[in-house]
Design a protein around this ligand. Sequence first.
Ligand code: SF4
Ligand code: SF4
Length: 207
Amino acid sequence: MGEQWGFYFDPNSCMGCNACAIACKNRHGTEAGHVDWRRVETVSTGEFPDYQETNVSLSCMHCEDPPCVDVCPTNAIEKRESDGIVTIDRDECIGCRYCGWACPYGAPQYGEEGLMQKCNLCLDKGPGAGADAESKNTQDDPLEPACVDECVGEALHAGPIGELMDLASDAAARKFEQNPTSVIVEPQTGEEGQAAANVETPIPYQG
Ligand code: SF4
Ligand code: SF4
């Protein structure tokens, strides 16, 4: 398979403004208040006076071994050989929702038209389509995903996993320089996996 593409998210730079989620909705025209391909959640840790809140921007993780692909009865979900992006072909989807139940992140969303849809790394601008897209926002076309484009804190990045790992390592090094006693969780990746954010709190997050 070609090099895996994915997201890198740095919670230390996220201010929880929801610009990423709104930009995604705008670009893809998803249903208001019903379907969210990207969402921002707040994770609370500790107790007063050590209470801490961390914002986490979540979408499909384009998993290394996606359970949504395994459960789809019509093979409507594909992990692309070229870049590892996971897409839903809505011509094949029958709206059974198995993928939504199988996904640990609740990424596939059930739309009003009775089909599933989710983040396709802005392969195209149509809700949920992607399997048949001829191009993606790639190598040939520098168009960034909407969430990355509009992120106010520059907390979100997308690209080949090697580049994302470099970004994560640089962010970890900067964090360590600011506070040498902080605990840095090194970026993790499977063989074709996803870069994980460098965080100081024990949040199990891949992006
Ligand atoms: S829909 Fe869920 S299980 Fe499937 S690739 Fe995305 S995050 Fe992974
Ligand atoms: S990459 Fe595109 S589809 Fe995916 S969350 Fe970002 S804006 Fe939405």
